[in-house]
Design a protein around this ligand. Structure first.
Ligand SMILES: [Zn+2]
Length: 380
């Protein structure tokens, strides 16, 4: 903690040189006695005398965290913003690292340097949103050490129409602020993404999602992939008896289908498939079967798709990633994108941006070679 209180009205900042170490100081959160600590590794801060539980300051008071929130706070303050450090929000019972008030928004900035349970992250985020605060999570070093995007890391992902999906990282040692975006999941534990360095002075632009001025680079399109390659990949996974595929194979059997009969449309891939936790073939198969269950020449609307998604989630046929910062409509657009791909193989015809006409069922195959022949000729 960087701010302690002397009494009910006076607060002190740890870096204040005139601070009298011997006068009693208290934790603004739990009220316990704290003392000033100045070390070689950590910037000046306050620490509890007793190790008793303190709700606000029990986790993550590492050197990185202390230094980082102080720097982020100062950068915003220097630019004349209304900011508060470690301010308590009684209606939420939460204490964001930094609270920023703009003309239109209250932003709760959390500089997250330590791992935390996913449920806790989601709960905190939803609590902020429910109470009219926009939670802006900035991740510390631990989160960017490798290219993999874990289930926890995923929960910090935000989305804007201009930039797509992204998360933000701050290195409190080098003052380097970075945006990671343009995610593409290569395999179960391998991701590709782009990052872009942002000057600390532009932190406010980033918070306001003013990406136009920050990122000039156009996002990379998903590389063109041959369906045949996806098919070979699936075959390899089956041969390696990949456990993750078992539920999918079981689903096929339940509908009297096999890997051989399964439609090639399940190999059509989308850039943001990672939004769904299941193997891509599985959710696409369910969705395709739903389309095929419609009456011929029936119009499928976006509203129909939304209610399909709701039902599929309820029946656990569909498992969406936990993304508390991403709006539902972004998930819906993934299904709309997939439906748009089905135009290419004649399953549906597009009528408008929100309406499609169901045309015919996807072909099923009786042998591998017929399927391979068709796959080799298709590129998307
Ligand atoms: Zn405390």
């Amino acid at each position: 903690m960087i701010i302690a209180k002397l009494d009910n009205v006076t607060h002190v900042v740890a870096s204040d040189g005139s601070l009298n170490r011997s006068s009693p100081m208290y934790c603004p959160s739990c009220g316990q006695r704290v003392y000033l600590k100045k070390g070689k590794l950590k910037i000046a801060h306050f620490a509890h005398f007793s190790k008793q539980e303190c709700e606000s300051f029990s986790e993550g008071e590492t050197a990185e965290h202390l230094k980082g929130k102080w720097k982020l706070f100062h950068s915003l303050k220097k630019q004349g913003y209304e900011v508060a450090l470690e301010a308590y929000l009684p209606e939420l019972k939460q204490r964001p690292d930094i609270l920023l008030k703009t003309d239109t928004e209250s932003i709760a900035i959390e500089y997250q340097c330590s791992m935390l349970p996913i449920d806790k992250m989601v709960e905190r985020t939803e609590n902020y949103l429910r109470n009219g605060y926009y939670p802006y999570w900035i991740l510390g070093e631990k989160f960017v050490m490798n290219q993999n995007i874990t289930t926890l890391k995923k929960t910090f992902i935000q989305h804007t129409t201009r930039l797509g999906f992204y998360f933000v990282h701050f290195n409190s040692g080098t003052n380097e602020l970075k945006i990671f975006y343009d995610f593409y999941k290569v395999s179960d534990s391998k991701w590709r993404y782009t990052n872009c360095r942002i000057p600390l002075e532009a932190l406010d632009l980033m918070l306001n999602k003013n990406f136009k001025e920050l990122i000039s680079k156009k996002t990379i399109k998903k590389p063109k992939e041959s369906l045949y390659r996806s098919y070979l990949e699936l075959q390899n996974k089956i041969r390696a008896s990949n456990n993750r595929l078992r539920p999918f194979i079981f689903t096929l059997y339940r509908h009297s289908e096999t890997i051989v009969t399964m439609p090639i449309e399940l190999f059509l891939s989308l850039k943001n498939e990672w939004l769904i936790e299941q193997p891509p073939y599985e959710w696409k198969y369910h969705f395709l079967r739903w389309i095929e269950s419609q009456n011929k020449r029936k119009i499928i609307t976006k509203r129909n798709i939304i209610s399909y998604i709701k039902n599929a989630i309820n029946s656990q046929e569909l498992q969406i990633a936990r993304l508390p910062l991403v709006k539902d409509e972004v998930i819906v657009s993934l299904f709309v994108d997939y439906l748009s791909l089905l135009i290419n193989t004649g399953i549906v015809i597009k009528i408008s941006d929100e309406k499609w006409l169901f045309q015919s069922k996807a072909a099923r195959y009786s042998n591998e070679s017929d399927k391979v022949k068709r796959l080799k000729n298709l590129f998307f």
